[in-house]
Structure formats: C-alpha cells, structure tokens
Design a protein around this ligand. Structure first.
Ligand code: MLC
Ligand code: AMP
Length: 514
C-alpha cells in the first residue's frame, strides 16, 4: 500500500499544491464521466479564486454558498481555502428567512446561489450588506463560471496564518438562533491528517461521496481527508440507495450517516459481492444502531467503522481501522484529541449512573469559538478550556467512548440536527397555539423523527394539517415535524418544566407502528 499521508502539511492549501505537482493524479470523477485531476483542481479553483477577487473578496472576507452539489461547488470551497476567504456553507433546504439570518450574521462579500434563487436572494443580500450575488447551477452553469472563465490560470494562493478562520458553519444553539462555528485552517488540516492516518487513506483510494456539501461530514471529513491523502472522490449528486449500490464497485471507501446504512440494507442486492471492493464503510453524525451494525455485517461481511464528531470539533473519536470495532461505541479518541467525562454533569439525563457524564473535548480539532458571540463561546467552554459537547457518555477500560444520550435538547433526524426551540418558536407564534413541545421519537428510517405536541388556546380549533401548512414556509423541510400531536396539556414536573421524556414515552411507537 502506498504512503498513507502525503506529508505533514500545516495548511490545507499545501495539499493541493503538492498533489498537483504529481502528474495525472485524479481528484474527482462523476458517474457521468467528468474527471478533474489535481492539476486541474489547482487551475480551476484558481480561476474561481480570481473571479471572487474581482468581486472584491480579500482574505478574511466571507463567501457564502447555498448551492446544489456539483464538482464546481467543491471547486468553490477549494478556491476559498486557497485565497484565505472564509467559506460559509448554507443548507439548500434552508428557507429565505433562515438564509436572511445567516447573511445578516456572517456579512459575506459574495453569496453564491442556485440560478433559480437569484431573484429571491438579491433583496435579502442587499439588506444584509452582501455586495454581490453570483449563481451556480448543478451543471456548473451560472455567473460564477462565466466570470471565472474570463480569469487567468495563474492564481497564486495566499499564505495564511493557520489560526485564521477557514469556514463558518452554522449550527443551532440550545437557545435562540443558530451560531456560526469558526473552524480554523489548523482545525481542518490537523483533523484531516489524523483521519487519513487513522483510516489508512492512500492515493489509490476512491471515496464514494453521497453526502451533502454544507455540513462538516460531507465537506471536511470527506473532502479534506481525500485532499490530505491525494486520493480521489466519486461524487454523486445526492444519496440514493440504488445509485450508491450501483457505484460501490467503483470505490474503496464509503462514508455515510446511519440512515444511509438503514436504506442500503433495504436494497436486495446489497451483499458480499456488491461490496467486495470497499475496504472500509464509515458511519457518523448520529448513533448507529447495533442492529444496523449487525445486519450490515451479516449481509456484507463488513464491520462498519463508527466515529463521533461535531461541527465545533470535527471528528473526536473513531473505532480503530485495525482492532475491534465495537457496536454501540464510537471508539477511542483520535490522535491529538482528548476527551474527559464531567461526572458532576449528567445534563439532567434521567437514569444516568455515576460513571456517565457530559463529554468534554480538547485538542487541535476544537474550533476557535462562535462568530461574533464571545458570550456564547465562553459559556460552551469550561474554565480550564475544554469544550462542552452536550453529549452524555462514558469511557470504558479500553478507552472506548460510549455515547448514551444528550444533555442538550436536540433531535437528530437522518443526520441533520434539529433544535426543538427553533421549531417550538415557530409553532408558538401561530394563532390558536397556546404552547408546544418538540422532541425526538425513534424512527425506523431517520433514527429520530421530529415530533411536536401542541396545546390549543381555549376555544381555538387546530388541526395537524393546518399547523404543518402554516410552518412549511418558515422552516427547512427536515425541521418540520413528521407528526403534530394535539394534546390537552404538556406534562410538567413540580418546577413547571416540560417533561419531554414523558412525551417520548407516551408516543414511543408512533413511527414504528406505521
Ligand atoms: C430530507 N428530508 C428529511 C431529511 N432529509 N426529513 C427529515 N430528516 C432528514 N434528514 C425530507 C425532505 O425535506 C422531504 O420532505 C423528504 O424528506 C424527502 O426528501 P429527499 O430529499 O428525497 O430526502 P433524502 O434524499 O431521502 O434525504 C435523506 C438523507 C439526507 C438521509 C439521505 O437527509 C442526508 O443526506 N442526510 C445527511 C445529513 C448530513 O450530512 N449530516 C451531517 C451533519 S455534520 P417533503 O416534506 O418534501 O416530503 C455532523 C457532525 C458529524 O453531524 O459528526 O458528522
Ligand atoms: P452537529 O451539531 O450537526 O455537528 O452534530 C453533532 C452531534 O451529532 C454530536 O454532538 C452528537 O450528538 C451527534 N453525533 C455525531 N456522531 C455521532 C455518533 N457516531 N454517535 C452518536 N451521536 C453522534
């Protein structure tokens, strides 16, 4: 097997320079037959960087993107890395009021959107102070490509301080609106190198990429690990179980969320033969059920490698490449990262025993803080500078971390995080709604289904359908409750706090009974 990590580079830009120097090295391929070598990655990302510079983007300026997945979307991210701009990825499911908030908060110099969204975004961008709106479509069409096509290929990457911010990724907070997590160039570089080494990435690897590009999983865990090891991507436009299955023979590594594995298991052709070329299947972003782990092993012979991460910390732990991969555990910490259990805090997790506590993390992977929110940053770190993950777990005798629950009020649906408060605020604002409580209920496909209990105001008549219609334009689709349950009152404890555990128990089977 060829070398695992090309060299110990300190900045993500260096990966591209190094790999581009090697002739004929492939970076990206699509099922339609498009190929981009590392040399072209350097050239084409350079043209995009030059185009952004023409629009006034300087190092440290934000470049926001709400675009569909495409090779150009990958090139855009790389262009930002190489010019020292701060990349702000936005979920394509976010509605215009959500996008408006991200723009006002991050103040980008340029926002790149799908061509069909240009007219809707322009007034929002103007209000937020973004100077330019550019477009990029799935086929690479749009004003960004037109502009970059007029730029030369001689772009010189900007030398950046490794502690400078490379990306701001919005992640919902436990209170109020989303916060922008500032990830530095050193965070990205150190994590990618640790992962490339832990997962034995080498230049012959082909990563089958079916994840979205606006979260750390599909963007940094997948793409940076590929770039850091000089390997390549087979880029699918989205996750589709049959498409993934059809391309497993063309790749050596697969990364997905547990819903991907649950859906692959529904494919009759998933077996040892169709997965024979893959050397490792990796899962993360949400808990992988031990049943899924076992069923996948039985059908394919592959033991899924589960790892644990967060937007604020990138990847913290991983089951070993060699050595036991334990179902229900996320493995030991990655090289350079430390995790401790704060036993004083079990975050109110009911039935937690003394050995459990809130997991706290330290290491080169931990982010620099929340964008323009020093107070929130302070409150999420301990006095001795450990980041409080809000996940509850324990570390066993062999150093394996086991996550048993969450202290933070969070639902993870198909690998997307939904903070109940955001959904509750929209529900509570509706005429006729007295109050609401949003919680997660076990869901066979999505892991957890976003679920709402709603109490009507005296005399008001509410319906599940009417409520869903009313919030449809306000919330991204994945945040919209799968069920609205009309109840007379919310269960509360003696302190008046809503007992979501009672709700979870009362409605535990609503999705499995379907
Ligand atoms: C789509 N829908 C969802 C959903 N995804 N609803 C709830 N939860 C989700 N995750 C809704 C759509 O709005 C639509 O609703 C309907 O389901 C079908 O849409 P779709 O586009 O066909 O969905 P599909 O392609 O099947 O997407 C499901 C999925 C996708 C699981 C493939 O959500 C996905 O790729 N998830 C990965 C998320 C991810 O990358 N997370 C990493 C976060 S980083 P309607 O109403 O129109 O029918 C992180 C840190 C770490 O967590 O450790 O990695
Ligand atoms: P995000 O804020 O989107 O980055 O999501 C991070 C959260 O996802 C973590 O704090 C965990 O709660 C959860 N998570 C990620 N990976 C795993 C995993 N392998 N097992 C359990 N939970 C996970």
């Amino acid at each position: 097997m060829a070398s695992c990590v090309m060299s110990l580079c300190k900045d993500p830009s260096d990966w591209i320079e190094e790999a581009a120097a090697l002739p004929h090295r492939l970076f990206l391929r699509t099922p339609a037959g498009r190929e981009i070598g590392y040399a072209e990655l350097r050239e084409q990302s350079g043209r995009i960087a030059a185009a952004l510079r023409l629009r006034g983007v300087l190092p440290g300026d934000r470049v926001a993107a709400q675009v569909d997945k495409s090779p150009e979307a990958v090139l855009l991210y790389v262009a930002c890395l190489r010019m020292g701009a701060i990349f702000v990825p936005i979920n394509t499911a976010n509605t215009s009021n959500e996008v408006e908030y991200f723009l006002r908060d991050s103040q980008p110099r340029v926002i790149i959107v799908r061509p069909s969204e240009c007219n809707a975004i322009e007034p929002l961008a103007k209000q937020a102070g973004a100077m330019h709106v550019e477009t990029l479509g799935t086929g690479g069409e749009g004003s960004l490509t037109e502009l970059s096509g007029k730029c030369g290929a001689d772009f010189q990457p900007v030398k950046c301080n490794t502690v400078s911010t490379a990306a701001i990724v919005y992640t919902s907070g436990t209170t109020g609106r989303s916060k922008g997590a500032m990830l530095t160039r050193a965070n990205l570089a150190s994590n990618a190198l640790a992962l490339a080494e832990a997962w034995r990435f080498n230049e012959n690897d082909v990563l089958l990429h079916a994840l979205p590009l606006f979260h750390i999983h599909g963007l940094f865990v997948a793409i940076n690990t590929v770039m850091a090891s000089g390997s390549s991507l087979l880029l699918l436009p989205k996750f589709d179980a049959a498409e993934v299955l059809a391309h497993l023979r063309d790749a050596t590594v697969y990364m997905g969320v547990p819903t991907h594995y649950a859906r692959l298991l529904q494919q009759v052709d998933l077996n040892r033969d169709t997965t024979v070329r893959i050397r490792v299947f990796i899962s993360g972003s949400a808990p992988l059920l031990p049943e899924t782990h076992r069923a996948f092993r039985e059908r394919t012979g592959h033991v899924i490698l589960e790892r644990y991460g967060m937007t604020e910390t990138l990847i913290n732990t991983s089951n070993p490449y060699q050595g036991p991969r334990i179902p229900g555990s996320v493995g030991p910490t990655l090289k350079g990262t430390q995790i401790r259990v704060n036993h004083a805090e079990s975050g109110g997790l009911e039935n937690s025993r003394d050995e459990f506590g809130v997991l706290e993390v330290k290491g080169p992977n931990v982010f620099a803080g929340y964008w323009r929110d020093a107070e929130k940053t302070r409150s999420e770190f301990t006095a001795d500078a450990w980041f409080k993950t809000g996940d509850v777990g324990r570390i066993d005798r062999d150093g394996y971390v086991h996550i048993v629950g969450r202290a933070k009020d969070l639902v993870i649906s198909g690998g997307y995080n939904v903070y109940p408060i955001e959904v509750e605020s929209e529900l509570d604002a509706l005429a006729g709604v007295q109050e609401s409580a949003v919680f997660g209920v076990s869901h066979p496909d999505l892991g957890e289904g976003v679920t709402a209990a709603v109490v009507a105001k005296a005399g008001a008549v509410l319906s599940e359908h009417g409520i869903l219609e009313a919030v449809r334009m306000r919330l991204a689709r994945y945040k919209i409750p799968k069920r609205i349950l009309l109840v007379d009152e919310l269960p509360r404890n003696a302190m008046g706090k809503v007992q979501k555990n009672e709700l979870r128990k009362a409605f535990a089977t609503i999705y499995s009974a379907n």
